[in-house]
Design a binder for this molecule. Structure first.
Ligand SMILES: NC(=O)c1ccc[n+]([C@@H]2O[C@H](COP(=O)([O-])OP(=O)(O)OC[C@H]3O[C@@H](n4cnc5c(N)ncnc54)[C@H](O)[C@@H]3O)[C@@H](O)[C@H]2O)c1
Length: 390
């Protein structure tokens, strides 16, 4: 296993600057590269602003801020990656661009350097091939805001070496984050599980079963930090649509994006950043997703059971272990701690209940869920479900 002494970041945008802040906060030197001096400066300013926020909150001193900033440098030249042990790519979500960047990084860095992608949903295997050293490539998927969010999905491809994986996991722990190992698949783990949940929220409102506000309030009452409509508005509807397209391509009918997502993007309503998404944050009128008739019958399980179903598919495909799935959803989405995660939640609701409700709502249940119910593994009440209970 190698040790990471210096980190490079390709792309000084929202994620690149956030990741750079997290790396320097942990005491490691980091060089951030973008395509123009102006963009590099904007990235450096964002990092400084991030630290200033911590100073204001009394979490660090002004002197510590300068010490952390001294570890950060900006560059437009690939030559500044020549002594990096790890480069994390955070350029826009476009496979052709990312492949070009990986080819450049393969040539510009030492042959021992690890190259990681922060892609939300694109195939890391395809990027790894372009680098010329696929055994040193993997996914390191940070969540927004990167300085705050603890979870990092660590995604080895079929070509990633064990040494690369071990080094990357130890690096993530070293910057005081929580690495969760995820087998490469479309959407990886957290986004893959989040989309059926969000999709069902939107479809529910489209059909007039509840209002946006009612759904958001119900999910907050369940314990989520924000409701699904506010979540999508925060993440950006364009970003969510890109992920949804990848998921639909990979998983077909069960991952079909709801119609209003595309309608809103076509109208330029991209969420908070554009002043309007599902909700309006400006003069723009509210968007009517459906009849908006509150029925008073909305139950969180309507969104949570499709998430559990997708988690069962992930288990069947060995994307992650049951414990890691629960941990990742709590750390990555704020799934309430008291439930111990979506799989523990399903166990306590009863897998027979989950299965019958999924069928009732017209979802195609995961075969693993059907087999567990057939075998009498119904969760807490039979002492065996996704987990064992004594
Ligand atoms: N925004 C999120 O919430 C989020 C969360 C997790 C992962 N991601 C992923 O992170 C990646 C970056 O997203 P973002 O939101 O930071 O995008 P962004 O548009 O804010 O930043 C991308 C930056 O990359 C720069 N860039 C373009 N070509 C480059 C090149 N050849 N070399 C170096 N820099 C280059 C751009 O100028 C820009 O500054 C995407 O793959 C995205 O899917 C985003």
């Amino acid at each position: 296993m190698a040790y990471i002494y210096k980190v490079g970041i390709a792309g000084a945008g929202l994620m690149g600057s956030g990741i750079a802040q997290a790396v320097s906060a942990a005491g490691l030197p980091v060089v951030v590269r973008d395509v123009s001096g102006e963009l590099v400066q904007r990235g450096l300013q964002a990092i400084r602003k991030g630290f200033e926020g911590r100073v204001k909150k009394g979490k660090m001193t002004a002197e510590q801020l300068e010490q952390k900033m001294a570890l950060v440098s900006g560059s437009t030249s690939l030559a500044d990656f020549s002594d990096a042990d790890l480069v994390i790519e955070a350029v826009p979500e476009d496979l052709a661009l990312k492949k070009r960047v990986f080819a450049e990084l393969g040539a510009a860095t030492p042959s021992s350097a690890i190259l990681a992608s922060n892609t939300s949903a694109l195939p890391i295997s395809a990027m790894s091939e372009a680098s010329g050293r696929p055994d040193r490539v993997l996914g390191l998927h940070f969540f927004h805001p990167a300085p705050v969010m603890k979870l990092v999905e660590v995604i080895p491809t079929v070509r990633t070496s064990q040494d690369t994986l071990d080094t990357a996991v130890s690096f993530v722990e070293g910057i005081r984050k929580l690495p969760v190992r995820v087998r490469e698949c479309a959407g990886f783990l957290v986004n893959r599980l989040l989309m059926p949940y969000v999709g069902e929220a939107i479809r529910g409102v489209e059909s007039g079963a509840a209002s946006k506000k009612e759904v958001d309030e119900a999910m907050v009452a369940f314990g989520m930090p924000v409701g699904p409509f506010l979540l999508v508005d925060t993440l950006g509807l364009d970003v969510c649509t890109k992920v949804a397209v990848v998921l639909e391509h990979a998983y077909g009918e069960r991952a079909k994006p709801p119609a209003s997502l595309k309608k809103l993007v076509d109208q330029g309503r991209l969420g908070m950043k554009s002043g309007a998404g599902f909700y309006s944050y400006s003069e723009a009128p509210e968007f009517a997703v459906g009849p908006e008739a509150p029925q008073g019958t909305f139950r969180p399980e309507r969104l949570l059971f499709p998430m559990v179903n997708e988690a069962a598919f992930c288990l069947e495909e060995q994307v992650a272990s049951p414990g890691d799935i629960d941990l990742a959803m709590m750390a990555g989405t704020g799934f309430p701690q008291r439930t111990q995660g979506p799989l523990h939640y399903a166990d306590s609701e009863g897998l027979d209940v989950v299965l019958s409700k999924l069928k009732e709502a017209g979802h195609a249940p995961c075969p693993l869920l059907e087999r567990k119910v057939a075998a009498g593994e119904l969760g807490v009440k039979t002492k065996r479900g996704f987990f064992e209970y004594t």
